[in-house]
Every structure is written in C-alpha cells, then in structure tokens.
Write a protein that binds this ligand. Structure first.
Ligand SMILES: C[S@@+](CC[C@H](N)C(=O)[O-])C[C@H]1O[C@@H](n2cnc3c(N)ncnc32)[C@H](O)[C@@H]1O
Length: 177
C-alpha cells in the first residue's frame, strides 16, 4: 500500500485521483491552512480522523511516506496576475518550503507529484521552474513533467495543468510509468 501525504490538499483532487485509478493507498495526513478547504476535504472523503498538518510554514519535518503530492499556490504564477513574482512570490514560493521539508527527511519519499499551472513553463517563469527542479534533483530525484488538459480525460472543461513527477531511485532517462 502506498502511504501518502497530500500537501496544499485543497479539496483533495490528488487523493480523489488515486481513488479513481484504483491505486492501493492510504493518505496518512493532509496539509491545508484554510478552514473551509479542510471542511470540504473531510466531508468529501468522509474522513474526520486524518490529521491536518495546518500551515506548512510552521512544519519542521514530515514523517516517512512513499508519495508526497504538492499542489502549491499558483497566485504568483497565474496568467491572471501580471505582476506575479513567480516562485519568488510569497505564496508560490511555498514550493521551496516543500523542498526544505523533504531535505530534512532521513528516508525520503520514493515519489513526489506536483501539480500547478502551465504558466510555470512560460518565458517569464521557466528559469524559476528550472531552479526548483535543480533543487529537487540535488535531493536525489529525477523528474519528468508534462501538461495535461482535463478535456482529454472525459471532463467537460478546457483546463490545462502542469504535472511533475519525481522518483528517487531511477536512472536518468528511465520512464517513471
Ligand atoms: C492550488 S490550491 C490546491 C488545490 C488542490 N490540489 C485541490 O485539489 O483542491 C493551494 C492550496 O494551498 C493552501 N495553502 C495556501 N497557503 C498554505 C499554507 N501556508 N499552508 C498550507 N496550505 C496552504 C490553500 O488553502 C489551497 O487550498
């Protein structure tokens, strides 16, 4: 069984996806500092026992899990924000808090799954995204990233998202799938 922590969980799309594709898993904790998101999350999964780790900035480390999902705030990267500071912004910069937390883990998760807006690949933000990838690579991970559109997966919405999956014991060039 895959043990999972869901960071920036929101309403738990990542957990829902694991359920939908039938991966045997257990989310042992989620992390979101918005009380309405927490309420929705607990209600959607009918899960009132799972701990919410709360504000990620207050965490010092994480317990071992096989997979960490991290869907960090996109406000500083979003197309809707012309003055966005990208990964240097206060909110989207929380991506680096995830890197810090993973660096403190004696046994690191085998997989990391990031989801965010495709604008991270734009001219303005791509160097920042590469820097983020480099920081993760320094922890021993190899990553692959790709954009997917909800409309190609039976969802009536034209909504592109960037996904990056990291694996720790893979050689460069190995497919993670
Ligand atoms: C892009 S949304 C995540 C969406 C999520 N994947 C979903 O399925 O709904 C980012 C989430 O990060 C949460 N967040 C923002 N700042 C945070 C912080 N300091 N600590 C923990 N969560 C935070 C927000 O409340 C929001 O739910």
């Amino acid at each position: 069984m895959l043990k999972v922590i869901e960071l920036f969980a929101g309403i738990g799309s990542q957990r829902k996806a694991l359920e939908k594709i039938g991966i045997n898993h257990k989310v042992i904790a989620f992390c979101d500092n918005d009380k309405y998101a927490e309420k929705s999350y607990r209600s959607i999964f009918n899960d009132y026992e799972i701990p919410n780790l709360g504000d990620i900035t207050k965490l010092e480390t994480l317990q071992y899990v096989d997979l960490i999902t991290w869907s960090f705030p996109c406000q500083d990267i979003s197309n809707a924000n012309n003055n966005g500071q990208g990964l240097n912004g206060k909110r989207s910069g929380l991506a680096y808090k995830v890197v810090d937390l993973i660096s403190t883990m004696a046994i690191k998760p085998q997989y990391l799954l990031m989801e965010n807006v495709p604008n991270l690949l734009s001219k303005k933000f791509f160097v920042g995204f590469q820097n983020l990838q480099n920081q993760i690579n320094k922890l021993g991970y190899h990553n692959q990233y790709f954009t997917m559109n909800a409309k190609d997966y039976g969802i009536p919405q034209n909504r592109k998202r960037l996904f990056m999956i990291d694996g720790i014991n893979y050689s460069v060039g190995d497919s993670l799938f």
